[in-house]
Design a protein around this ligand. Structure first.
Ligand code: PLP
Length: 356
């Protein structure tokens, strides 16, 4: 039986992506060759890369607006370093919003490069909310934020307006909700949540922000070089890119981001309503900042943990324990998780209440 997979990433992908990508490993496009044994310069794979890059821009409504999409290696963590390399001027400075573990990891890398201002942080409250009312210095080279905090279950519902370039780590909520993506100059996201298997990172760049640092950038870290090479400066991660294309096609066929947002809203409403109603549980994130992707919650009485754990495992749920820095539970409800899976979890929570 297929599990109800609440894993935070790598995580559930649409079933058809698993099936079609397995087929491509065996016999890609009926060529008699595996996707894994053909040249990345072959027409078949170049077409995959071109389609994937174009579909990203189409789904984000960025086609023809001066943006380029890249599929790079190295994980979202490499972007923590590539962003300052490509945007921070010699003797310049950057502004960061500290909303969680990943935001603070990005800040750590930026500090290696230069003056890095943290405009606000919720660290003292164990990142249980998104800070508001901060000022972004107008003379910074860019502002960096994290749209969804995978570990702490908070999500930015609004983004500040500023005249400096805005960079956003959207690793855990890309393609999940409608935003005006043209407000961002660089968006990056590791594939392994809403897009595909681990091994590639999507970077969407407004080209005009590049080339202004005065730095010499090592080739593999230079966004401009990757753009010039059509995202094939070196051998790209062919399988993760292909599986990402399949997920993007699945999303387009479903009706795009607008359609998935409605489903994601319904899933989050179903679960948060139960967390708030059920006297056995409580959420950990400030209500107004709750993430639609990762819902974090605790049992009010830890002595019920063994029973609850047994019950959800029995119901075919997997991947529910929270990150060690928060404890409790984290239900990751990425795009491919069906509403029915959330209903199964809610039913288990109700059953636990009845049994006590
Ligand atoms: N940023 C966010 C918001 C994440 O959730 C993660 C991983 O979960 C990362 C960055 C790091 O991604 P990677 O493991 O691809 O470097």
């Amino acid at each position: 039986m297929k599990k109800h997979n609440y894993s935070a990433g790598p995580c559930i992908l649409p079933q058809e992506v698993f099936e079609k990508s397995a087929q491509a490993i065996l016999n890609f496009n009926d060529s008699g060759l595996s996707l894994l044994e053909i040249s990345h310069r072959s027409k078949d794979f170049v077409t995959v890369m071109e389609e994937a890059r174009a579909l990203v821009l189409e789904l984000l409504d960025l086609t023809g607006k001066g943006y380029q999409a890249l599929f790079l290696g190295g994980g979202a963590s490499l972007e923590f370093l590539m962003v300052p390399y490509n945007l921070m001027k010699e003797n310049g400075k950057a502004a960061y919003l500290d909303t969680g573990t990943w935001a603070s990891a990005a800040i750590k890398e930026a500090k290696i490069f230069g003056d890095t201002t943290v405009v606000a942080s919720s660290k003292e409250q164990n990142y249980n909310h998104i800070p508001k009312g901060y000022t972004i210095p107008a003379d910074a080279d860019y502002f960096h934020c994290t749209s969804n905090n995978t570990i702490f279950g908070t999500q930015m519902k609004e983004f500040p307006s500023t005249n400096i370039p805005v960079v956003c780590d959207m690793s855990s909520d890309i393609f999940s909700r409608k935003l005006d993506f043209s407000k961002f100059d660089i968006i990056y996201a590791g594939a392994q949540k809403n897009m595909g298997p681990a091994g590639t990172t999507l970077v969407v760049i407004k080209e005009e922000v590049l080339g202004k640092t005065g730095r010499t950038i090592p080739s593999m870290l230079d966004y401009a070089k990757h753009i010039k090479a059509d995202s094939m400066y070196n051998t790209p991660p062919v399988f993760p890119v292909y599986a990402s294309l399949l997920t993007l096609q699945w999303l387009k066929n479903l009706g795009g981001i607008e359609a998935i947002e409605k489903i994601n809203d319904a899933k989050a409403a179903l679960l948060y309503t139960e967390i708030d109603r059920n006297p056995l549980f409580r959420g950990t994130a400030a209500v107004e900042d709750r993430s639609n992707m990762n819902a974090t919650f605790l049992l009010n009485d830890e002595s019920h943990a063994a029973k609850f754990d047994e019950m959800w495992k029995e119901a075919g749920i997997s991947g529910l324990p929270g990150h060690r820095s928060v404890g409790g539970y984290r239900a990751s409800m990425y795009n491919a998780l069906p509403l029915e899976s959330v209903q199964v979890l809610v039913d288990v929570m109700k059953e636990l209440e009845k049994s006590i």
